[in-house]
Design a protein around this ligand. Structure first.
Ligand SMILES: NC(=O)c1ccc[n+]([C@@H]2O[C@H](COP(=O)([O-])OP(=O)(O)OC[C@H]3O[C@@H](n4cnc5c(N)ncnc54)[C@H](OP(=O)(O)O)[C@@H]3O)[C@@H](O)[C@H]2O)c1
Length: 232
């Protein structure tokens, strides 16, 4: 699919994978709308930022309605906004558990709930959900974050079967460790250059949305080649 002029909504655009996605879709000539709490201050006529806390359904609804007043339809929705911390479940406060689920799972469901009827009207669309390798397998200290990312996988696996007959593609992306601000709340891991780079994950996603109309990539698992550096 030619991405020029396509309408793309991306959540969580202030840094990391989301910011790289905005830059790469703008390079392709897409019309990009970023929903998030922090404005990435990208100056481009094809970019709009709408301040939105993804955990708040009313804010998400308001932003998507605002976008639709100026643009007809949504071609691509990328559920990228997310956060995480690692540790034993018993050390988490209930508020911290809720925050992670509200951001990573509820936020994803909110945008999907609003975008799917719009995509169904057009008989086409592509939803990308960002899970994690922690949404494929369990890791110690990753029970809470992993639970949210397994949920994102569950949403994606159900929705691709539910939506494909309507011409809507659903792709779930499972990145391994990526050098972003994600690790700001995780003292045990210091981001380094053997991790994936956000622009590499973003370019895999952009490519997935360029595929021809008759197929979709259901799962994209992408991991660093040498996560701990060269073998010694
Ligand atoms: N980095 C990794 O190793 C890795 C691996 C697998 C999957 N992922 C996933 O990849 C996605 C992107 O993360 P990243 O690595 O690029 O980290 P990042 O640089 O921290 O980006 C996360 C983005 O989400 C936004 N966000 C967080 N809470 C939000 C909220 N309540 N409402 C709106 N926006 C919110 C953040 O902006 P504000 O805080 O300014 O709102 C930021 O723009 C996340 O879903 C993450 O779980 C990351």
């Amino acid at each position: 699919m030619d991405l020029a002029g396509k309408k793309v909504i991306i959540t969580g655009v202030s840094s990391g994978i989301g910011k790289s996605l905005v830059e790469q879709y703008l390079e392709k000539g897409s019309i990009v709308c970023g929903l998030g709490r922090t404005d990435p201050t990208i100056s481009n006529v094809n970019f709009t930022f709408l301040k939105t806390d993804i955990r708040n359904f009313n804010e998400v609804e308001h932003s998507i309605s605002k976008f639709l007043k100026n643009h007809e339809g949504i071609d691509i929705l990328i559920n990228n906004a997310g956060m995480g911390s690692f540790g034993p479940v018993e050390d988490y406060s209930i508020d911290e558990i809720h925050e992670m689920f509200e951001t990573n799972v509820y936020g994803t469901l909110y945008t999907i709930k609003l975008a799917v009827p719009i995509m169904k009207l057009k008989g086409r669309g592509h939803i990308i959900n960002i899970s994690s390798t922690a949404g494929i397998e369990g890791y110690p200290q990753v029970s809470v974050y992993g639970a949210t990312k397994f949920a994102v996988k569950a949403i994606s696996q159900s929705m691709y079967k539910e939506l494909r007959d309507f011409g809507i593609k659903v792709t779930c992306v499972y990145p391994g460790s990526t050098k972003t601000d994600f690790f700001k709340n995780i003292d045990a891991i210091v981001p380094h250059d053997y991790m994936l780079m956000p622009k590499e994950v973003a370019s895999m996603i952009v490519q997935a949305t360029e595929t021809s109309d008759n197929f979709h990539q259901v799962n994209i698992e992408v991991r660093p080649l040498r996560p701990k550096g060269p073998a010694k």
